[in-house]
Design a protein around this ligand. Structure first.
Ligand code: NAP
Length: 232
């Protein structure tokens, strides 16, 4: 499979490296590849500049959002929530049409400082906004409810814990569930919440996730739904 991972932050890097290690071809998308490679200072979260990471992953290419999305058979949105619609617009609807679009972004709004609020929220979600803006894409919201180290290494957590998927296209959700299993998630850990409107719920757990982070002082935790079982 060829994956286009849109996003040069820690999440895009983590997912891209994992897909690559699984033997997939991976291209990372960014606004301006030259500018991204020219950054020399750590990002706001203290992650090393992209070029330093890229030097260790020369097999992963870097391209504009549009070129990356054109190349990818499956596209992952790992851009900031406030920039996701702009990033995907730059990627181009024609490069997303008919493809699975895995959305791991959170609609965090930092414009009023910390803690961030959610925008959109309650009666809408970023996942739905993306699906509405790109009706030809098969949006599947997943993995946004945990730190990225857990996304790609569920075994780092002792005991059972869960990952949610939702989206309007059953085939796309099956493909994403298979991808999750290939990363190491037990099939029984994947909870299908239904259509893309369920993204409201998975995005609205972020306030409690942030408070747990504050309480624990680390990000090595995840949600475990006691009593989870297949529908029907
Ligand atoms: P981030 O700093 O939230 O986002 C960086 C990416 O967003 C970059 O690729 C950047 O483009 C792009 N971007 C920012 N503003 C943009 C704009 N106005 N137009 C177009 N693109 C824009 O990166 P992150 O920390 O890796 O998080 C990625 C996403 O995953 C976020 O939505 C976050 O909430 C979510 N998430 C994070 C975690 C975690 O463990 N950190 C866990 C779950 C979900 P350039 O490359 O051009 O700079």
């Amino acid at each position: 499979m060829r994956y286009a991972v849109l996003g040069t932050g820690i999440v895009g890097r983590t997912l891209a490296a994992t897909f690559s290690a699984l033997g997939h071809e991976v291209v990372i998308g960014t606004r301006d590849p030259e500018a991204t490679l020219a950054r020399t200072t750590p990002d706001a979260m203290g992650n090393p500049p992209f070029a330093a990471w890229h030097a260790d992953h020369p097999e992963i290419s870097l391209a504009t959002f549009a070129d990356a999305a054109a190349e990818g058979e499956t596209v992952v949105n790992a851009t900031s929530g406030s920039g996701s619609l702009q990033a995907l617009t730059a990627a181009g609807a024609e490069n997303l049409d008919g493809k699975v679009l895995v959305d791991v972004a959170n609609a965090l709004d930092f414009s009023a400082g910390m803690p961030p609020s959610l925008d959109p929220v309650n009666t809408d979600s970023l996942g739905e906004q993306i699906q509405r803006a790109f009706p030809g894409a098969k949006v599947v919201k997943t993995l946004n409810t945990m730190n990225c180290r857990i996304m790609v290494d569920p075994d780092r957590m002792a005991g059972p814990h869960n990952v949610f998927v939702c989206g309007d296209d059953a085939g796309a959700k099956k493909a994403v569930s298979d991808l999750l299993v290939s990363i190491g998630w037990p099939e029984s850990a994947v909870i299908d919440l239904g259509d893309i409107t369920a993204a409201r719920g998975t995005e609205m757990v972020l306030p409690i996730w942030l408070r747990l982070y504050g309480a624990f002082g680390h990000t090595d935790f995840n949600f475990h739904i006691q009593g989870a079982r297949a529908a029907g």
